[in-house]
Design a protein around this ligand. Structure first.
Ligand code: ZN
Length: 275
């Protein structure tokens, strides 16, 4: 599940190679992957990309003439790869850009469900497409976070994942951040004291920065996460086995000693609540 650290690491890696040569062939694209049809992808041919940008969990590739933006959202299973000239790629990628000289940018998606998306937009349309997003999580700061927490009463795990409120965090980094801040995933945002908010703001920055540094070095999930997906493994702070609870449609991982005062959280799956 690519979140801010993963997508930002890819952005940094892609920025130079995608802008090195003009595009010679845009597409083909899987019918479910390409979300726009006007203008057609072929208008990219002959143009050069200015580089790679990121907003929340999306990648943006503006053309260097400032007329178009290719927007990519990888969702859960989408992956982008840059293939050098001669390097073997997938036979049928969900989307492909071929550059002069033979390099390629390819999007693949595991599984039958195609959820990743590619949009070809004008800069104005791209702005509209991204307008619902809240401020970037990295560098948010304690004052802005205090305002967000006071704005409405939300459970922290849910608040951190809400892209309209804070952009870039998903379930994995919400687990890592809340553990680092020593806060319960079920704690209500309005009930945090100033010290809690300060710890949470610090944890957002330090955990996302840690993730970005690891991902830039190519670290896998197992090496990157310390709490997420670590059921039963000792907490890296206190040694208590990491616990798991279902909340809404997500599975939360947490340390009962560090985060919930020894309490085990109750299952709050939507399916259970609706029964
Ligand atoms: Zn612990």
């Amino acid at each position: 599940m690519p979140e801010l650290p993963e997508v930002e690491a890819w952005r940094r890696a892609l920025n130079d190679p995608v802008s090195a040569f003009p595009i010679v062939k845009a597409g083909p694209a899987h019918v479910a992957t390409l979300k726009t049809f006007d203008p057609p992808l072929s208008v990219l041919e002959g143009r050069r990309l200015a580089g790679a940008e990121r907003r929340a969990k999306r990648l943006l590739f503006p053309t260097d003439d400032g007329e178009l933006v290719l927007l990519v959202h990888l969702m859960t299973a989408g992956r982008l790869r840059f293939l050098r000239a001669g390097e073997q790629g997938p036979k049928v990628p969900a989307f492909r850009l071929a550059f002069q000289g033979g390099s390629q940018l390819v999007l693949t998606e595991a599984g039958a469900k195609k959820r990743a998306g590619v949009w070809l937009l004008t800069p104005e349309e791209a702005e509209v497409e991204l307008s619902h997003l809240g401020p970037e999580a990295l560098g948010l700061g304690v004052e802005r976070l205090a305002e967000i927490c006071a704005d409405e009463s939300r459970r922290l795990h849910s608040l951190l994942r809400d892209q309209r409120v804070i952009a870039g965090i998903g379930r994995a980094w919400a687990n890592e951040i809340l553990h680092h801040a020593q806060l319960s995933p079920y704690a209500l945002s309005r009930e945090l004291d100033p010290d809690d908010v300060r710890r949470l703001a610090e944890a957002i920055d330090s955990e996302l920065s840690r993730g970005l540094e690891l991902r830039e070095r190519g670290a896998n999930d197992k090496k990157t996460y310390r709490v997420h997906d670590k059921l039963g493994q000792p907490c890296y702070v206190c040694g208590t086995p990491i616990a798991r609870v279902d909340f809404e449609e997500h599975t939360i991982y947490y340390c009962p000693e560090c985060q919930t005062g020894g309490r085990v959280l109750k299952d709050r799956r939507l399916s259970r609540l609706l029964r």
